[in-house]
Design a protein around this ligand. Structure first.
Ligand code: HEC
Length: 86
């Protein structure tokens, strides 16, 4: 019985850590460049971006779109979710 509890606690712990690192990863990819004044929170507020679609269009329409080539729409969707866009 003790062993079973230990296994359950271990599994819960591993999943907990894994979900924290997944949750932190989407914005972290962008924050390398988007810090302080250029943080995505500020970009979204300044441009009044409210939806995921508008957010993705803003990246693609940016003169710096080339810097974002390695990202996919799924990355943007994950980030948009963290920024609480619709
Ligand atoms: C290699 C550096 C770099 C990375 C990594 C990066 N960006 Fe950018 N991004 C830029 C630069 C530089 C600009 C242009 C900023 C400006 O015009 O002031 C920009 C512009 C943007 C814009 C448009 C802002 C505007 O004013 O129109 C959006 C939206 C954006 N990035 C989203 C993202 C997202 C989402 C990620 C992560 C998935 C990301 N970026 C990762 C460098 C980067």
């Amino acid at each position: 019985m003790k062993r079973l509890i230990a296994i359950v606690v271990a599994i819960t712990f591993v999943f907990g850590v894994a979900s924290i690192s997944i949750a932190a990863s989407a914005l972290d990819k962008c924050n390398k460049c988007h810090k302080d004044e250029k943080s995505l929170e500020k970009v979204v507020a300044a441009k009044k971006i409210e939806t995921t679609d508008a957010f993705i269009k803003a990246v693609k329409a940016s003169p710096k779109a080339k810097l974002h080539e390695k990202f996919t729409d799924n990355d943007y969707k994950a980030v948009a979710k963290e920024l609480k866009l619709k």
